[in-house]
Design a binder for this molecule. Structure first.
Ligand SMILES: [Zn+2]
Length: 51
């Protein structure tokens, strides 16, 4: 029962850690995609630097 009260207080949704918008997850899908893209870009750059 207390858990339900806590949910009402904070809201069911989390806030995205990156853009601070309400999100079902810790990081919203938009930011997740962006971060994923940046990681891939960095990997590509690293591979380019090696060869
Ligand atoms: Zn976000």
């Amino acid at each position: 029962m207390e858990e339900k009260k806590a949910d009402e207080k904070t809201g069911k949704k989390h806030l995205c850690l990156v853009c601070a918008r309400p999100s079902d997850t810790v990081i919203c899908h938009a930011c997740e995609d962006r971060i994923r893209g940046e990681v891939i870009d960095k990997k590509r750059e690293a591979e380019k630097g090696k060869s």
